[in-house]
Write a protein that binds this ligand. Sequence first.
Ligand SMILES: NC(=O)c1ccc[n+]([C@@H]2O[C@H](COP(=O)([O-])OP(=O)(O)OC[C@H]3O[C@@H](n4cnc5c(N)ncnc54)[C@H](OP(=O)(O)O)[C@@H]3O)[C@@H](O)[C@H]2O)c1
Length: 261
Amino acid sequence: MAECKQFEGKTLFISGGTRGIGKAIVYSFAKEGADVAFTYASRSETADEIVKDLEANYGVKARAYRLDILQPETYKDVFAAFDADFDRLDFFISNAIISGRAVVGGFGPFMRLKPRGLNNIWTATVDAFVVGAQEAAKRMEKTGGGSIISMSSTGNLIYTPNYAGHGANKAAVEAMVRYAAAELGEKNIRVNAVSGGPIDTDALRAFPNYDEVRAETERRSPLNRMGQPEDLSGACKFLCSDEASWVTGHTLIVDGGTTFQ
Ligand SMILES: NC(=O)c1ccc[n+]([C@@H]2O[C@H](COP(=O)([O-])OP(=O)(O)OC[C@H]3O[C@@H](n4cnc5c(N)ncnc54)[C@H](OP(=O)(O)O)[C@@H]3O)[C@@H](O)[C@H]2O)c1
């Protein structure tokens, strides 16, 4: 008997699919039969390899597009390219995150924060979610609904050194998610956030105190380990499934129990 895959015939669009959490989500949805559109910032070769791998090994359609979330309006061009390749959109996940030079003044101790770095994080986190979700919702409406997710992090709930800029913007994007959910429900579009505890990815390894964060996470978690990118994809699949048909405006925390301890 043929294996039944829960997302066959559905399409996912996710920003930042080349690495870390985004890549894990891309693969977990493809394994469930979803066609996948994802974006990259600079790693075009990696993106091409992932597209080929998904199409060869999972039998789904996959396409990658360049996107800079510091220019959120360009989402419109990326979605126009998406329209030429795909005829429906069911799931949108705002996942990409900026790092490096773009976050100078936004990533650091409170007394060193500067409006420019903070504004960049706002642009890449909140504005990019808004424009991406608007474009996604226009397409989902045509096929009777869908599910939108913003990735968030528990750094907006518990103190994480240097994380004030990101933490404040994750709190803001969770609020934006609730507003989007309130207004898109009538179109049968559900909007939620997945808030992860520390996950072992390039973004976290770039923290100057990575070793400390890792040790502290292992100490805090009743499961005695860091999160892995795959630990967040189950929550995303649940929120996109029919099992979550009455879940909207919610932030689902997936933190290995670290927030309580
Ligand atoms: N890591 C954690 O501890 C953790 C915990 C909870 C939540 N999260 C959230 O999960 C999401 C993914 O984080 P991650 O740790 O997986 O990140 P990551 O490993 O650093 O990957 C970042 C992704 O974003 C893309 N990207 C970078 N700069 C971009 C830009 N200017 N425009 C568009 N795309 C850009 C990258 O593309 P290229 O490969 O082409 O550069 C890559 O695909 C973020 O929203 C993050 O806040 C992370």
